[in-house]
Write a protein of this length. Structure first.
Length: 248
């Protein structure tokens, strides 16, 4: 009968476990200091780690022959994206960075979806080299945000129409300008401007550069995700959705 049978060779809590070689295994110890790394192991580990990455080239694909040597020309071409397989990669990543950073700044400032799409649409194809030493993506994105938001508020009050403004009496003109509030007067925008090393003077100067670039690069009506040259006779996507039958 197998009922009640026990294996006498199996280790129990009263006997030490036996290894494959027949020798008793050392039991685990929980005394203070037993979990520390031994001095020999620590010295061996430190000796091995001395030969880890110590140069910038060692952290990239491929290694030089020695810490003082330079990388081979073929490996350097890969790092600098001069290889034929990497053609256009830098430009694509730069464009993605412009979209990502501009979108994040718009979210921080709680812009409307239309204002956000206007800013991202301009940043997507805007050439930043014209901004000189101030061509960092966050700086240019803040300039574009200021231009888009202030321009929209000017259109709302009619301040963009120079001919109409010239016909207004001074009292009416003063009243309109009192109603206008630039985004530069908001605390959230001022905090981001100061964080990225800009001020009102640099914002005004960079905005003039931006206006020239918008005209030269034909980005006045740029909106991300919207085609300004779309055929107006075609039905919109919203109209198609409205015609679809709703499931009950």
């Amino acid at each position: 009968m197998t009922e009640g049978w026990t294996d006498q060779s199996a280790p129990t809590w009263q006997s030490e476990p036996v290894g494959d070689d027949g020798e008793a295994q050392r039991p685990f110890s929980q005394r203070p200091g037993d979990g520390a790394v031994g001095r020999a192991d620590l010295q061996r580990d430190q000796t091995v780690r001395k030969w880890g990455p110590v140069t910038p080239s060692a952290t990239q694909i491929g290694r030089a022959e020695s810490p003082e040597a330079d990388l081979s020309e073929s490996v350097r071409r890969l790092h600098e994206e001069r290889h034929s397989a990497m053609a256009g990669h830098s430009a694509r990543m730069h464009r993605l960075d412009k979209l990502r950073i501009a979108h994040a700044l718009c979210n921080d400032l709680s812009l409307t979806p239309w204002q956000r799409d206007r800013v991202v649409g301009i940043m997507a194809d805007l050439d930043l080299t014209a901004f000189g030493s101030q061509r960092a993506i966050p700086k240019v994105a803040l300039v574009v945000i200021r231009h888009v938001v202030d321009r929209e508020r000017e259109h709302y009050l009619g301040l963009h129409d120079r001919e109409w403004i010239q016909q207004l009496p001074p009292e009416r003109l003063d009243e309109l300008y009192d109603q206008f509030r630039s985004i530069t007067d908001e605390e959230e925008f001022s905090a981001l401007v100061a964080k990225h090393g800009l001020d009102v003077t640099s914002l005004n100067r960079l905005r003039r550069v931006l206006k020239d670039q918008l005209g030269e690069q034909d980005l006045e009506d740029a909106v991300y995700g919207r085609n300004p040259y779309r055929d107006p006779n075609l039905p919109s996507l919203d109209a198609r959705r409205a015609d679809e039958p709703h499931e009950e």
